[in-house]
Write a protein that binds this ligand. Structure first.
Ligand code: S3P
Length: 184
């Protein structure tokens, strides 16, 4: 789906990308940031830097709860700046505090993809601790079912990326953000 959306809410001038693992938040976020002339920020990269170790290690050594606490701290710090595209981890919407922060942090786009598309995109990547299960396809379906309402409640606009090229998605996201953030 391609949509151009206008919002009159007063929020920080940021574009925030939410969505499940493997929906292209980082790839799309970098390109869109460059088109908008915004800084690109990735909460997972900030978490890795702050912890001094990769996300798999944080989960293994400190547990998911510690990861989530760090994620909230980083999101809060990002939300205090503006003129950024913020790519978030797929589980950001699971924490009520994060949903509150997102509501004030800027224009929120939910990048959607089907479980099949997601599986194809992530199957060769082993950096996601939550998908190291005996049946990653079932895990994707279950987690997506659990989280869909949360993504939906947190978003200002949803963009379904199945069937769109990267260029089409980036165009829709960039132009929607320009309108929503009052840049045109
Ligand atoms: C997670 C998604 C990951 C990362 C962590 C947990 C999740 O980010 O934050 O592995 O709970 O869905 P990506 O969505 O960038 O893969």
């Amino acid at each position: 789906m391609l949509a151009l959306v206008h919002t009159t809410d007063q929020k920080s001038r940021n574009l925030i990308l939410i969505g499940f693992m493997g929906t292209g938040k980082t790839t799309i976020g970098k390109r869109v940031a460059s088109s908008l002339g915004f800084r690109f920020v990735d909460t997972d990269a900030r978490i890795t830097k702050a912890a001094g170790k990769p996300i798999t290690k944080i989960f293994e050594e400190d547990g998911e709860e510690a990861f989530r606490a760090l994620e909230t701290k980083i999101l809060q710090a990002c939300a205090e700046q503006s003129d950024q595209v913020i790519s978030t981890g797929g589980g950001i919407v699971t924490q009520p505090k994060n949903r509150e922060i997102l509501a004030r942090a800027g224009f929120v786009i939910w990048l959607k993809a089907s479980p099949e598309t997601i599986y194809e995109r992530i199957r060769h990547n082993r950096s996601r601790p939550l998908l190291k299960t005996t049946d990653p396809q079932a895990t994707i379906r279950d987690l997506l079912a659990e989280r869909s309402d949360l993504y939906d409640a947190s978003k200002n606009l949803a963009v379904t990326t199945d069937g769109l090229t990267l260029e089409e998605t980036c165009f829709g996201v960039t132009e929607s953000a320009r309108v929503a953030l009052g840049m045109i």
